[in-house]
Design a protein around this ligand. Sequence first.
Ligand code: NAD
Ligand SMILES: O=C(O)C1=N[C@H](C(=O)O)CCC1
Length: 381
Amino acid sequence: MASLSFSLLFRHSETTRRGASRYSSNRGQVFIVQEESRKGRKIVQIMVLVLQNPIVIFRQGNLKQTTFFRSQRESAVVRKKRLLKANLSMCSSITEKVDKAPQKVTFPIVVNGCTGKMGKAVAEAAVSAGLKLVPVSFSSSEESGRVVQVGGMDVKVHGPSGREGILASVCDEFPNVIVVDYTVPAAVNENAELYCKIGVPFVMGTTGGDRERLFKTVEDAKVYAVISPQMGKQVVAFLATMENMAKEFPGAFSGYSLEVIESHQASKLDTSGTAKAVISCFQKLGVSFEVDQIQQIRDPKMQLQMVGVPEEHLSGHAFHMYHLTSPDQTVSFEFQHNVCGRSIYAEGSIDAAIFLHKKVQSNADKRIYNMIDVLREGNMR
Ligand SMILES: NC(=O)c1ccc[n+]([C@@H]2O[C@H](COP(=O)([O-])OP(=O)(O)OC[C@H]3O[C@@H](n4cnc5c(N)ncnc54)[C@H](O)[C@@H]3O)[C@@H](O)[C@H]2O)c1
Ligand SMILES: O=C(O)C1=N[C@H](C(=O)O)CCC1
């Protein structure tokens, strides 16, 4: 019975160098180590790492189960002793993973733009991450009054009228709420002004709008916010590297010419905010290039034939190509970041919300953050 339910839950994925078999499921990982005891008896140790505590250790034979709940009050010494007692020294790499397991954080979250692709993906990721999705979302007047199903919940959609009162009530009913905004460029400033007026911390994933005005609004209101045109962890790391290069070697690409092509789903309303951020680094590196020189591709036929976007991702992709050529055309550089789908941004947005929640709880002095700050503090799950 036990082995049946085990095989239904976990699938074998590899045999580790230490001879342990690793099985995985969406609940976590199981390591099975087989040993001979001094009396020649076969001892099977099974270690279950459930990603969000507790850690459960089973020892077969007497099938005695030991459950450890990691308590925040447990000191490092006590935990070390406990792990030693559990004879886990052979699995040092595993225990390292356990030590790095994030503490479960939960708080209410409002996702505005739930009717759109990103809003829906973020709301679903929020529910999967164990956050409490507030069943209220702001959208366009055309969508007003709709109820959308996200993450197994019915979310009521509100148009532009009466938003201030609705958001104020949400904040009263759901203390510590964080808002995530994935709407449209034309709504960025008005929405940020509302969040600042109410004083609710927010993650602004929506691109475009008047970015200078956006930062000034948040600065003046002293509201906590993460603002970033790019939430994908690896793309953010690339952007951070570009920023470092520009800081370390200003003018290194003086005289080089730059070609930038970005391809997104036909429904995208603005030029890539990520491309704009990367271009600002190239400008510091000495390249003369203006944002209106970016070549935007929104035609699905070209995306299929020229860019190489997989057909199933025509409705949601972000391909970026940057090509640098030296003045005498003897040297060239190419950078690309091509993303299909929305999950990379949805996960990053949840990381940003968790990061922001911690900043608010710790009453941090700094109030405005970008995704590089989130990445730097290791808050990416
Ligand atoms: N930061 C990132 O990593 C990242 C990633 C992907 C997309 N984006 C940005 O997120 C935004 C949304 O992208 P998407 O692909 O989900 O677009 P989408 O068109 O699928 O969704 C936008 C939603 O906003 C709603 N909306 C329209 N007017 C509104 C208003 N006044 N107030 C509130 N909602 C309104 C629309 O009805 C729609 O449901 C874009 O600006 C896009 O560039 C950012
Ligand atoms: O699909 C979009 O829209 C995206 N927008 C962001 C941008 O403009 O940079 C990030 C990539 C996807």
